[in-house]
Structure formats: C-alpha cells, structure tokens
Ligand binder design. Structure first.
Ligand code: C5P
Length: 387
C-alpha cells in the first residue's frame, strides 16, 4: 500500500515520524508532503530520512519534478497527520493555497485525517462544522482522542497514538482476535557478573515478524533477547537475557494461537555462573568453562499442554539447509520451519533467503529484505487461519 502522508502544523508532528516507521515496518511505502506549519515542528531532513524518499513541500517545485497531479494519483491512501484546524478548514472549503491542499483537492484516493489541536479549537463550532462537512464527503477521522496536551490542559484534541493510526488505515485484519507470540534476538548466558556468551543475531527478522503480524491485526507478544532494535509499534515487548528467562516469559504469555520462534537461543550456558568476577591469578592457567544444556524453547512449547495452534521455528544452517530443516521440523515438533542459509552475511544483515518447510513441501523464496520476508510469512500465517 502506498501512503501519501501530509504533515501539517502541530506540536504532535513528531508522532508522524513514529507512524512512518511503523507503517514502513508493516510493508507500506510512504511519501510525505510537509506544510509550512508542519515544517515548524519537524524538519524536512527527518521526514526524508524516515520515509526514505524526498519530501515534497513547495507547489511550484513539485511542478518541476513530479507535479501535483502525479503526486495526487500516486497513493492508495492519503493520511493527513497531524491535521491542524487550518488544514481541516482548507480541506472543507477546497482552498488550494499550498501543495498539500492542492493535492488534497486533486486526489481520488481515500483520505484519512488525524486531527491534533487545542481542545478549545477542536470544539469550536467552526472546526466541528468543517469536520462534519468532511465526514459527509467520506473523509475518515482517526481521533482526536482525549488526554494530556502539550499545554497544561487536557480534553479532546490529542493526536491519536501512531499504532492506532496505522490500525485505522491498514486494510483487512485477518489475524484480528489472534494472539501471536514471537521470540527474537540472541540470548546472553552469563559466565560471571561481567562476562557472557552470546551470538551475532540482531533481532531484525524477529522484530519485523512481530510488526508484520501486528499489522494483520494480531495481538503480539514479543519476547526479545538483548538487541538494539526499536520496539515495534503496537506490540507488547518483554525483554529477557537468558534462554531460561526467555522460556519462562514465553510460558507466561500463553495461551497463544501462533508461535514464531525466531530467536537465536544459546544452546549452552556456563554450568556454574560465578558469583564474583573471575580473576586472572598470576601463574594460574586459563579457567575451563563447563557448559550445561539450555532448555529448548521451541521443542518445549511445541509439546506444551497448551500448545499454540501454529508453531513456526527457524533453522539457521550453513550447509544442507533444506535437509536439516526438514529433519528439525520433526525433531522439534513444530508445524513449519523457516530455513535460512546463514553462511553469508544474513546474521545482522538486512536481507534473507529462506525456504519455508511445511508438512506438505518446501517453498523456496527469493532473496528479500527481512521486512518483506516477515510480511510474506505473516500473510502465509493469515492464510492458514482463514482456511
Ligand atoms: O536447534 P536449533 O537451535 O538449530 O533450532 C532453531 C530453532 O529453535 C529456532 O526457531 C530457535 O528459535 C529455536 N530454539 C529454541 N530454543 C533453543 C534453541 C533453539 O527455541 N534452546
């Protein structure tokens, strides 16, 4: 879905950036128009960086590049967020005073507005009349909601939460009412209070899967090891360190309809975690680390008394990828295995080449950005639940 985002003047404009991040994580393409008022609150550079596209600001500059009519034809959905009182007034009366208002008059795409303004301005009869006119013409309103404002005041006029804004525009919700549990990232297994055993997992793929499932309407619990990924918008995140903590957090999150175990869980931990930092004693040799086996979270949950209906595991392999994954599916007791070849730069990288191993066969997917792998996997899961 292509979203044309119009950012007008409100102190809530920074939340439009959060919305863009969530929308892109859910696989949407976003371009932005920044009004003069909007530019007082967020910069063109910030919007360009977060949309990954040049930002459109000036009507006449737009004529030299793609033109307001082509810009108006581009999106599947126009989102005005935040929408100021002035923006609503111009939309209601068809005033074309800048690029944003001209595109709004020229587009045939559905329009959704997320107003943000002082409660007195929102409740003013002029604004209410404009909103009624726009609603009558099919413009959809997301918010405003009641709550604290930037000024020490509260009431209706607050910008809707970015996750709720995304939920309001994104198409069908085939996973509505389903609970999905996703594991992501590495685990850290302590050796002593300052040292640990870890691996190169970044959490990119698992976090993208959590975001993609949420975009399809699932309630998502993400149990993540230590990563530098931002929390996906609209997802409940539980942070853990060790494999044992991850298993406990997963069991606490049950029941779930779906489990996607994307975490790179450490197979072993130090058998006896030292209570104090281990000292390098002069003359003494190197210590010998004795390892203990960690619980297998995927295998445990696959055979759990309240097993999720669909259990998806991952297989990171460096050779015989599909053979190993097929064997792993049976050994772990899960329904599907997403097999990836990690012999190259997959761990920590932006792209992934995967094979989906199910009871009925193997699907080979092309090399794709991890967000796209996530989107396709979420769509396949949704298919399973609609069957
Ligand atoms: O056995 P292996 O680590 O190759 O299996 C990978 C799959 O099992 C992944 O889905 C991973 O999240 C999961 N796993 C787990 N608990 C472990 C080890 C792996 O859930 N202790």
């Amino acid at each position: 879905m292509r979203i044309l985002l119009i950012v007008s003047g409100s102190v809530a404009a920074f939340k439009a950036l959060v919305f863009v991040r969530a929308a892109r994580a859910a696989g949407r393409e976003v371009r932005a128009i920044l009004t003069a008022g909007g530019a007082r609150f967020v910069t063109r550079e910030a919007l360009a960086a977060i949309t990954g596209q040049p930002v459109h600001e000036d009507l006449w500059a737009a004529e030299e590049s793609i033109g307001h009519i082509r810009l108006a034809r581009w999106p599947d959905q126009v989102v005005v967020a935040p929408a100021s009182a002035n923006m609503l007034a111009r939309m209601a009366h068809g005033l074309t005073t800048d690029l944003a208002s001209t595109v709004l008059l020229a587009t045939r795409a559905p329009v959704l507005v997320a107003p943000a303004m002082n409660p007195a301005m929102w409740e003013h009869p002029a604004t209410q009349a404009n909103a009624a006119l726009l609603r009558a013409r099919g413009v959809v309103f997301a918010g405003p909601v009641s709550g604290a404002m930037a000024e020490p005041e509260s009431g209706p006029g607050r910008f809707i939460e970015p996750a709720d804004l995304l939920a309001a525009i994104s198409g069908p919700k085939p996973l509505a009412g389903r609970h999905a549990l996703v594991t992501s990232g590495p685990t850290h297994e302590p050796i002593d209070p300052v040292r640990y055993i870890a691996n190169r997992s970044s959490g990119k793929q698992g976090h993208a899967i959590a975001a993609a499932l949420a975009a399809l309407g699932a309630r998502v619990t993400l149990v993540s090891g230590p990563v530098h990924q931002p929390d996906p918008v609209g997802v409940t995140v539980t942070r853990v360190e060790t494999a044992r903590d991850m298993l406990a957090a997963c069991e606490a999150a049950l029941p779930a309809d779906i489990l996607v175990a994307a975490a790179a869980v450490a197979d072993w931990r130090s058998a006896a975690e030292a209570g104090q930092k281990m000292k390098k004693e002069p003359g003494a040799g190197a210590p010998i680390l004795t390892m203990a086996l960690n619980p297998d979270i995927l295998a445990t949950l696959s055979r759990h008394a309240i097993r999720p209906r669909l259990v998806v595991g991952f297989a990171a392999e460096t050779e015989h990828v599909v053979e190993h994954a097929t064997a792993k599916r049976l050994r772990k007791g899960c329904d599907w295995i997403v097999a990836n070849d990690v012999s190259g730069d997959v761990m920590g990288g932006a792209e992934n080449t995967v094979h989906l191993v199910t009871a009925t066969g193997v699907e080979d997917w092309p090399r794709l950005p991890k967000e796209e792998v996530a989107r396709r996997l979420a769509a396949r899961i949704a298919e399973e639940f609609s069957a």
